[in-house]
Structures are given as C-alpha cells and as structure tokens.
Design a protein around this ligand. Structure first.
Ligand code: SAM
Ligand code: SF4
Length: 328
C-alpha cells in the first residue's frame, strides 16, 4: 500500500475534512460576531466530490478521517456523507468534531451510518459563561448531546476544552469531575494564535504546565500517568476513572515534529499546516476535469511541500486561515 510522506519523513495518515465553513455558534476566540466571509454554496464540494477526494487520500494510505467544520452538523445530509465515507475500504477510523448543539438529533443516525466516535467542544459547564464564550450557545443542548452520544455508543466520547485565562480557567477541576463521572476522555487545549481574534486570544493564553499542575493538585494520587501515550513534552495523558485526561500544548515544538495530518476545506483546498496559508486547490482541479491519477499526483506533490512547523509564537505570529475554515 502506498504511503504519503512529507519531505521531513513524517507520514501523513490523518485527514481532517471540513464539510462546511458555516457555524451556528460564534465562539469569540474563533469567529467574529458577524461571522466570517463565507464561500458561496456553489463553491462547496458536493457529497460525491468530497467522497471522491477522500477515497483518493485513503488509497494513498490515509487511515483516519475526522469530519469537522465550521459546524459539521449544519451541513445538509451530513449523515449521508458519513455513510459513504464509512464504506470506503481502508478507512479505519472515522470520527466527528462538533460543538454538540444539535447532537441529540443526529447522534443515533450518525452512529448507524458508521461514524465511530465523536469529539465535542465544551469550554464551560456554567450556562451563562458558556453562552458568553459561544455568543449565544445553549449549554443544555450540548450536555444532552453528550449523553446521547454515550447512549448510542459513539465511544470514546472526547471532550475538548480550550482553557483561557480569566474566562474558564476556574472550571478546570469541575470539567475533570464531569468527564470522569461519565467515562469521557477530556483534553485541555492551549489557545492558539489562529483566526480573526488570534491576537486577543493570546492575551488569554493559559500554559499547559499550569493546567497540568491544577489537574494534579485536584486529582492527587488518583492520577495515573498513561504509558504508551506520550508523557511529558507537548501532551500528558492520565487515566481518570473509565476515561483519560490529557493536556495538549499546541505551542510546543513537538506538536509539529509529530504532525501526521493535513486538512481539506469545504471547497477542496488542501491546507498543509494549521499555521500556514499554503494550500493545494484540489477542489478546483477536480472541477476542471482532472482524473484520479492527476488528483493523486496533486495530493503527493502537495504533501511533499508540507511545511516543517506552524511558526506560531506567543509574540504574535498568527495562523493565516481561520479555524472555522480549516476545521481546527
Ligand atoms: N464547530 C466544531 C467545534 O467547535 O467543535 C468543529 C470546528 S472547531 C474550529 C474545532 C476546534 O477548534 C474546537 O474545539 C475549537 O475549540 C478549536 N479552536 C478554534 N479556535 C481555536 C483557537 N484559537 N485556539 C485553540 N483552539 C481553537
Ligand atoms: Fe463554531 Fe466551532 Fe468555531 Fe465555535 S469553535 S465558532 S462552534 S466553528
């Protein structure tokens, strides 16, 4: 089987597929209140176009696909798209990242369609704080969505919390308790200088070491480091009840050294690094009539140009493409 390797010897086996740039939330660190400039619907890849591109990636050795957005659940007939992706031979791991707002409605159908697991973004357990962070989101919907995902077996359910100083850092302990009680896997994530409010976000930077110290203090001897998942460095993982707690530093160098992923936007641009603008216009090639061989070669050529690192710095180097376009 062919494998995709970049010029630094990193194997690319993971594709993040953004299925829409639209979102029903406006998390203040991700999108401006009025939203971002959206692509016209006609530029968005149709289901069969997306499936064709993903099939080519899988033929080239990609084993893991995560569906993301914008908010993937606002895309029409997402369940149909997921069913087709789930049928691709060679695709071992199919997951979804969602804000959870509409998960109650869709979780059962998605599980039936072949979705294996789900990551839900959850930045606060306080309804008022949640509403402020997401500019209008309803925490009750998301919590119900989490319960539904657990019920229908979209497991392991992972919860992602972007920790921000003075915004939600007071909720680290409550989040550990909430996740542990349900056997969810919890990931605390540092803010990244990406998106329209990137500069503001870095003022809210709360370092991974401080998160880790808080988690340790809270959990005491209950915290058993997980071997097999990398300890120290950019990510530390612990067993917590039936689940795990992890702390991830996107600003650490290892984040890039271990990078195994690329991102396909909803209009088919292949973004090679979260922090860089450089992209290969696979969607345009496809619509210009490229055949499968030409598309496969365009994918290989693009991966060979994958940059070594994101180049973010707390001092202000920013990602160029909004997270709601690259899918985070
Ligand atoms: N709408 C879905 C959601 O929120 O889960 C999927 C797309 S969203 C862009 C994916 C992830 O990116 C979310 O967990 C969000 O918290 C994260 N994200 C967005 N902007 C970020 C930033 N500046 N730093 C760190 N994470 C960010
Ligand atoms: Fe929407 Fe996700 Fe961005 Fe929040 S983080 S605005 S839910 S795309």
């Amino acid at each position: 089987m062919e494998m995709l390797k970049d010029s630094f010897g990193r194997r690319v086996a993971y594709l993040r597929l953004s299925v829409t740039d639209r979102c029903n939330y406006r998390c203040f660190y991700c999108m401006p209140e009025q939203g971002i400039k959206l692509e016209p619907h006609t530029h968005m890849l149709r289901t069969e176009e997306m499936v064709r591109l993903v099939r080519l990636f899988v033929e080239l050795g990609v084993q893991k696909v995560r569906v993301t957005g914008g908010e993937p659940l606002v895309r029409r007939n997402l369940t149909g798209l997921v069913a087709e992706l789930a049928d691709l031979p060679g695709l071992d791991d199919l997951s979804l990242t969602t804000n959870g707002d509409q998960l109650v409605r869709f979780a059962g159908g998605l599980a039936e369609a072949g979705l294996q697991r789900v990551n839900i973004s959850l930045d606060s357990l306080d309804p008022a704080n949640f509403k402020e962070i997401t500019r209008g989101g309803d925490l009750a919907h998301v919590l119900a969505g989490i319960e539904r995902a657990l019920e229908v077996g979209l497991a392991p359910v992972k919860l992602n919390m972007v920790v921000m100083a003075g915004i939600n850092d007071g909720e680290i302990e409550a989040m550990v308790d909430y996740a542990t009680a349900r056997g969810c896997h919890l990931r605390f994530i540092e803010t990244m200088p990406v998106g329209t409010s990137g500069a503001g976000t870095m003022e809210l930077y709360y370092p991974a070491e401080s998160i880790l110290a808080r988690v340790r203090e809270h959990s005491g001897s209950d915290l058993e480091p997980l071997t097999g998942m990398r300890g120290g460095g950019p990510a530390s993982y612990f067993r917590a009840g039936q689940g795990t707690v992890g702390v991830i530093s996107a600003m650490s160098r290892h984040f890039c050294d271990d990078c195994n992923r690329v991102r396909l936007t909803a209009k088919g641009d292949l973004v090679l690094c979260l922090g860089r603008e450089e992209a290969a216009p696979l969607g345009r090639l496809l619509r210009d009539g490229a055949d499968d061989d030409e598309l496969r070669q365009a994918i290989r050529d693009a991966i060979a140009r994958k940059p070594q690192g994101h180049g973010f710095s707390a001092a202000g180097a920013h990602g160029a493409v909004p997270m709601s376009v690259t899918g985070g």
